[in-house]
Structure formats: structure tokens, C-alpha cells
Design a binder for this molecule. Structure first.
Ligand SMILES: [Zn+2]
Length: 450
């Protein structure tokens, strides 16, 4: 399930960018306020000047707190997206590995998403708590630095460089004041990263716990390289039972979704064997139905049971059919040529009878899309295109032509993809929101192929 690791990092990058933007705005605010503070109107350290500084630091403290509140809110919003994406893919991917639809995806309500995003504990505290600790840390460091500057009788420009170091000062690191905001950004990055992976692990565990008919445990899977922690090196490959998380064949307690800062490990599910499934299906009609529908060969049955096979992070990354949001937005607003999305999934290549490895979104198609569906935003395209590999409702209109139906954020979409007859190229032909009654009509008249 290293898939989630990567998928999260795209969503995570967006959160990181938003956090950096807000910290930057805070820095500018504090500089602006400083210019407004009239601290420099008296040439020497006087009571008047000290009172001005005190008032300024009071306002600065409020601004920092406010900014972190807003950062905390938008990060939480972003985590909801990460949970949604990772959980949606999880069941799909495990089913694909098993060769049968045995796992049920979890459809999160907005309330459930919000709860996981806000209540999941990162190293013992909720993320909002960590944000307010970072706010307090920056406030204290900021006040200390400004007071020190005032004690030294620094001019306004020098005080200003305590908020935003002058590049000329940076050449002489020893004399330059510490860049408080660089530290703040680094701390924020670590928190976003750890929170993202933690909520993702937590959400994955929820998916596993919702599939106890098929799963019997979980296994720790560390990303092994020179950055791997000793803790995760030791946990790698260990298994625990579901439900209850009892150690299986070892004595280490399950570390939970937040083992340490910057942890990159994932938790993979351990499925029951086919024999165990058959036995349990005796008392579980739903499971029996699922197993019947799976129609697996003897060899496939024999291969079920144990941790679901995995790819390495790097291997997986090479197989991704994903659009980078920033890249797409740039092309969307100013298309200079066609936009190719690589790694067209095997099942879609088979469906379109194409040898093309890319799905091309042509400049002409974009122009057509913009004039016929002006309401569609770039972000909407990105989200729907990134789902193409996981869409289950596909209607094959003869060779070289397929329609896909999917739902994103409560809206139905219809996507048409086509391939050229020489099998060399594949195109996105259209993508738009569809009214419910049209969706129903497609379903009635066409047989799903996938
Ligand atoms: Zn770790």
C-alpha cells in the first residue's frame, strides 16, 4: 500500500504550499506593523519607545496566533482530502492484487473525515495542539529577538532584518540574526508531513477494520533506506491480528498510526487464506456471495492469504497514471501543445485495444471543453483524471472507444476516451458533469464491461 505514500505526497505538497504562503503573509504583516509602530521616533531607548515596542509585540502575538489558527484549519481541510483519496484507492488496490472484489471501500461522511483529520493524535496530541505549540514557539522567539534588538539600540531597519534577514547579512551568518521564519517553516513542514501520514494510516486502519470478514491482520511495512528509523527497521515485517492488534509470533506492541516523527512506514493488510474464507463463509451469507462472485481459479485461490503483495515506493511511482495539479493548471490556462498523461493503466489499454502508453489531452479538445463546459475548473479536471485508473463503471462502445462514469464530490462525471485504429495513440475525448437522469439512461442501455 505504498501507493498511499505517494498519493499523499501530491495532496501534501498542496498543504505545504498553503502553509508556506500563510507564513509568508504573516511575516509581511509583522514587517508592515513594525513600520507602523513608531518605535523609531525616539532616537534613544526611552520609556516611550519601550511602551511602543510592548504594544507592537502584543499585536504581533495576536497576529501569530491568528495565522496559526488559520494554518491549522487549512491543514485539517487538506488532511480530509488525503483521507478520502487514500481510502478510496486502498480497497481498489487490494482487490486488484487479490484478483477479486473482496474488500469493501469505506465511504466517508464529511463528519467522519473531519473527525479523523482533527482528532487523530500525532505523537500524543491532536494536530491543532501541535500548531498552537508552534505558534507559541514562534511568538516567544519573535519577542525575544525584538527585545534584544531594542536593548542594543538597533535602528528600525535592523529590527526589520530580525523578521526578514537581509540577504547581505546572510553572507555573514555569524552576525546575522537567526531567520525565525525559516525555522517556523521547517517545523510546519515536519508537522504537515507527519500529520498527513498519520491520518492516512489511521484511515487505512479504519478501512481494514471495516473488512474483518476478509482480513485477519495487519503488517508493518517500513520504507527501508538510510533514513529509516531504528524503531521501524525493527517493526518491518511484523504482524498483528485484527481485531485487537495482538502481536502475531512476536512480542512487540502495535505502534499505532503515529510511531515517531517523520515516519514513512505503511500498514498493509493481511488477508485470510481461501480455506479460512470458505470456512467463515459458512456463517456469513454476504461473504459467501462475495466468494462466489469472485470466481477465482485454483491457483488464484491458493495465492490468497497473507500480506497483500507490495511494490517499492520507486517501482510504484513509475507506474502512476497521475496528473500533477500545478503542471496541469499551467497548461490549462496557457496550452502551448498537447498534454500527455503517461502510464495509461493496463486494463484501459486493453479496453481501447491500444498500444499507446499515454492518454493525450489535446489542445483542440481543451478548447472544445472550455467552450462547451465553461463551468469546469482546472482542479476539477485534475481530480477526475486522477480517478480514471480506478473507475469501475466503464462502458465499452466497441473497440477504440470507452465511456467512464464516476462520482467526485457528489457530482457525476462522464469521460470519453478513444484510441486511433492504428493502435498508436489514445485520447481523452471529453469530460464533463452529467445530470443524474442521463447517468441513469447510460446505465439502462449499456452493459458495464468492468
Ligand atoms: Zn517509521
Amino acid at each position: 500500500m505504498l501507493r498511499q505514500g505517494v498519493e499523499a505526497s501530491a495532496a501534501e505538497r498542496r498543504i505545504q504550499a498553503e502553509v508556506a504562503k500563510q507564513l509568508d503573509r504573516l511575516r509581511k504583516d509583522l514587517i508592515y506593523e513594525l513600520g507602523d509602530s513608531r518605535i523609531d521616533e525616539s532616537p534613544r531607548r526611552t520609556d516611550w519607545q519601550r511602551a511602543r515596542m510592548k504594544a507592537y509585540l502584543g499585536r504581533a502575538g495576536d497576529k501569530i496566533e491568528e495565522a496559526y489558527q488559520s494554518i491549522s484549519d487549512s491543514a485539517e481541510q487538506g488532511f480530509k482530502g488525503i483521507i478520502e483519496v487514500s481510502a478510496r484507492e486502498l480497497a481498489f488496490r487490494i482487490n486488484q492484487a487479490l484478483g477479486a472484489d473482496l474488500l469493501q471501500p469505506l465511504n466517508w461522511t464529511q463528519e467522519a473525515l473531519a473527525r479523523i483529520a482533527s482528532e487523530t493524535l500525532i505523537q500524543g496530541a491532536a494536530s491543532s495542539e501541535w500548531w498552537s505549540r508552534q505558534a507559541a514557539g514562534l511568538t516567544n522567539a519573535f519577542k525575544d529577538s525584538m527585545r534584544a534588538g531594542m536593548m542594543r539600540g538597533e535602528a528600525l531597519s535592523q529590527l526589520r532584518s530580525r523578521i526578514e534577514p537581509d540577504i547581505r547579512d546572510i553572507a555573514n551568518q555569524a552576525l546575522a540574526p537567526r531567520d525565525l521564519f525559516r525555522t517556523a517553516r521547517r517545523n510546519a513542514e515536519a508537522l504537515v508531513r507527519t500529520s498527513a501520514l498519520t491520518v492516512m494510516r489511521e484511515a487505512n486502519l479504519d478501512v481494514f477494520e471495516a473488512n474483518l470478514d476478509v482480513l485477519k491482520g495487519v503488517q508493518w511495512c517500513a520504507t527501508l533506506d538510510n533514513r529509516t528509523s531504528a524503531l521501524c527497521r525493527g517493526l518491518d515485517g511484523l504482524a498483528w491480528s485484527l481485531p485487537g492488534y495482538e502481536p502475531t509470533g512476536h512480542s512487540h506492541e502495535f505502534p499505532g498510526p503515529s510511531p515517531h516523527w517523520n515516519c514513512r512506514s505503511v500498514v498493509v493488510p493481511v488477508t485470510k487464506t481461501w480455506e479460512e474464507l470458505i470456512k467463515d463463509a459458512g456463517g456469513d451469507a454476504d461473504l459467501a456471495k462475495k466468494l462466489d462472485a469472485a470466481s477465482l481459479s485454483d491457483a488464484e485461490r491458493a495465492s490468497i492469504g497473507g500480506p497483500v503483495p507490495n511494490m517499492t515506493y520507486e517501482e510504484w511511482q513509475k507506474t502512476q497514471f497521475q496528473v500533477d495539479r500545478e503542471e496541469f493548471e499551467m497548461w490549462f490556462s496557457n496550452p502551448k501543445g498537447d498534454f500527455a498523461i503517461n502510464n495509461l493503466p493496463q486494463h484501459i489499454k486493453g479496453l481501447l485495444k491500444t498500444e499507446s502508453d499515454a492518454l493525450v489531452f489535446s489542445r483542440e479538445t481543451l478548447a472544445k471543453q472550455k467552450s462547451r463546459h465553461p463551468e469546469s475548473k482546472a482542479g476539477e479536471y485534475v481530480r477526475v483524471i486522477n480517478k480514471i485508473g480506478y473507475i469501475e463503471e466503464i462502458y465499452n462502445d466497441g473497440p477504440f472507444h470507452a465511456r467512464l462514469l464516476t462520482v467526485d464530490r457528489g457530482k457525476s462525471y462522464r469521460i470519453v476516451i478513444k484510441a486511433t485504429q492504428d493502435r498508436q495513440e489514445a485520447y481523452l475525448s471529453s469530460l464533463y458533469r452529467q445530470r443524474e437522469k442521463d447517468v441513469a439512461r447510460v446505465r439502462k442501455t449499456k452493459k458495464a464491461t468492468h
